[in-house]
Design a protein around this ligand. Sequence first.
Ligand SMILES: [Zn+2]
Length: 441
Amino acid sequence: MDSAEPTERGQTGPKSAPNWLTPTHIGLVVVITLVFASVGVMMVLLVAMSGSSGLGWRSFIDGLTSWRTMAFLLGCPLLCAGTWVGVRALQRRLAWDRRTGLLMLLLAWMLVCTASALAAFGTGSLLLLQFAWGGLLPLGTGFITHGLTRRVGTAPHCSHCGYEFDSELDRCPECGAAWRRRGGVIEGRPHRSRVLVGTGVALLVLGVLLTIRPLLGQAFSPLVPTRFLIAQASGRDTWSPSDWTELMSRRLSGEQVQRLADGLLDRRWHTGRLDPSASGWLEKEIVGNTLAATTRERYFREMVMMHLRGPSRARVGERVKVEALVDDRSTPFAGLGARVLFAGFRVNGQAIESTRLDRLASAYDFDEWSVKRKPGAALPSVEVAAERTGVLVIEVQAWILYGPEGLLGWGRAWNDDGSPLLPEDPLWVEVVHLRHEISVE
Ligand SMILES: [Zn+2]
């Protein structure tokens, strides 16, 4: 194997400029680097959208402008270019043929991108890379076919049986194939590689396992690290009952409990509601008071969030309607419940007594979707005529109580003197003051 670097065209000088620095090669590298960078962007978008703060576009932009996103976007193409130089050097050193070099380069790129995604976005990014692992399948197939069909050297041989070409003859003396036909003779002799085939098989197996892991459920759960299970449970689209069961069977450290609680709150924020098993676990930690104060506050604060809805502008004489409604993220039939003491609307500082709810209300009374399904029901609202130009101020005051269902009950909401009738020892009381301004022209 003296012709270490087989020159594709025998015509070009054997020791001219390095033959890999051609426009085709450089173009290829630029294109592939761009592909990887766009995979990076895609991942950043997914990670940004599953961020823990803000809603929709806000968290999306926050995520895009975070330093790790920037580091990933700039660092990944640079690392890919560096890997390319490194693999080419290795290729010359170890005398790999062109196809082996290309396959190794693709493999190295996959590893580099996975490692940088891990470094930039943590274990959660592995979930987003799940689709990229499918790329191991064509790569493994490439290694296997190349390992089986690889040829070395430049001497011509029979393309049919591999017999050494003899320029004196028209036909192969071994198999009788016509040598003068196009494609009758081929450069190099076949030289299979067990290492390449073995690598290909390993990549195929790995690719299949990683890609179908979610379908295998329980079988693989015990092998998955706790970090990963927590990330899986916190993800918006990655909930898996078998992984949850596995996670619950493990002893979690205080730090892990905290991380899982924060992850579940992220998921609740984005999906609107947790499934009963996750919600039940979170409730237990809340009642046991094991979580950080900020997490506890977030648990209640984000469960039922009241807001006002109405026009921001009106003409004199127009009748305007303002409604009170909630984003309800509580899990139905959970042990912890919420009640609303709704003190009613005030218009320009004047209380509208008829809008006060005398009994404890349910979050469903303020939930648009639930109200629509009840015949004759409507969201608490106030209707006023805008009589003169200026600003019409609509205010609302309410107490949202959280506690075990049994403690909260369904009784009266107010004392005779008009003060709120709060139960003995609720887990959390959220005092809500809302203000909506309508400018009248
Ligand atoms: Zn032959």
